[in-house]
Ligand binder design. Structure first.
Ligand SMILES: C[S@@+](CC[C@H](N)C(=O)[O-])C[C@H]1O[C@@H](n2cnc3c(N)ncnc32)[C@H](O)[C@@H]1O
Length: 192
C-alpha cells in the first residue's frame, strides 16, 4: 500500500470513527492546567465513554464535571460551568467550535495542529479570534507508539491567554512519567 503523506493522514484521521475515539492520556492535561483557575469548575463535554481528562484534572487537584453522556449540542450557557475543556471528535470539530463560540464561555479543545486552517473553521477564527497552546511532543492517544500528528489546545476566552496568541510547551514525552507536583502558575510548570 502506498505510504500516506502527512496531510492525507491527518485528513483521513479527521473523518473516521477511530480518530473520534482518541482518549487523552492523563498526564497530557498537565501543561494546560497553569492556564486555568483552581477555584473554577470546568466542563468535560465529551466524557461519555472515557474520562481520561477527568482523571487528569482529579490527579492534579482541578475541578471538572463530566458530560455523563449528554449531547454537547444540547448544552446551554449555564450548563458548561466556567468553561469547556475537551478533546472533541475530530469529525465534528467545526460544529464543536461553532457551539463553543455560541455558548460564550472560555473553551480549550485539544485537536491536531492541522485544525488551525480550514474553510469554515478559519473564518470563525478570523471573526472571533483563536489562541493556542502547542504541544512540542506528539501525543500517543492509542498507546501503540508512533503518533502521526501533533496537537494543540485551541483556546478562547481565558484571561491567561490573550486573544490570537500562541504559546509552545514541552508536554510529557511518550512513556514519560510525571509525578504529582503542585502547580499554581504558568511559570511553575517550566522548571519541571
Ligand atoms: C476524541 S474522544 C475524547 C474522549 C475524552 N474526552 C478524552 O479526551 O479522553 C471524543 C468523544 O466524544 C464523544 N462524542 C461524540 N459526539 C458527541 C456529542 N455530540 N456530545 C458529547 N460527546 C460526543 C464520542 O463518543 C467520543 O468518546
Amino acid at each position: 500500500m502506498a505510504k500516506k503523506t502527512y496531510t492525507e493522514l491527518v485528513s483521513s484521521l479527521g473523518r473516521n470513527a477511530e480518530s473520534d475515539e482518541c482518549y487523552t492520556p492523563v498526564d497530557q492535561v498537565l501543561p494546560l492546567l497553569p492556564y486555568l483557575n483552581k477555584d473554577k469548575t470546568y466542563y468535560e463535554a465529551t466524557s461519555g465513554i472515557s474520562s481520561n481528562i477527568l482523571d487528569g484534572f482529579t490527579k492534579w487537584g482541578y475541578s471538572i464535571v463530566g458530560s455523563n453522556g449528554r449531547d454537547f449540542f444540547t448544552c446551554e450557557h449555564n450548563d458548561v460551568y466556567d468553561g469547556i475543556i475537551t478533546n472533541p471528535p475530530y469529525s465534528l470539530k467545526d460544529k464543536f467550535f461553532r457551539h463553543c463560540y455560541d455558548l460564550g464561555k472560555p473553551f480549550a479543545l485539544l485537536l491536531p495542529v492541522a485544525s488551525f486552517q480550514g474553510g469554515a473553521r478559519g473564518k470563525m477564527f478570523m471573526e472571533y479570534g483563536m489562541s493556542a497552546l502547542v504541544y512540542n511532543n506528539r501525543v500517543d492517544f492509542t498507546g501503540k507508539g508512533n503518533p502521526t500528528f501533533g496537537n494543540a489546545w485551541f483556546m478562547w476566552g481565558f484571561d491567561t491567554m490573550p486573544p490570537n496568541t500562541i504559546h509552545w510547551v514541552d508536554n510529557p514525552k511518550i512513556g514519560e512519567k510525571i509525578e504529582f507536583r503542585e502547580i499554581t502558575t504558568v511559570d511553575t510548570l517550566f522548571d519541571m
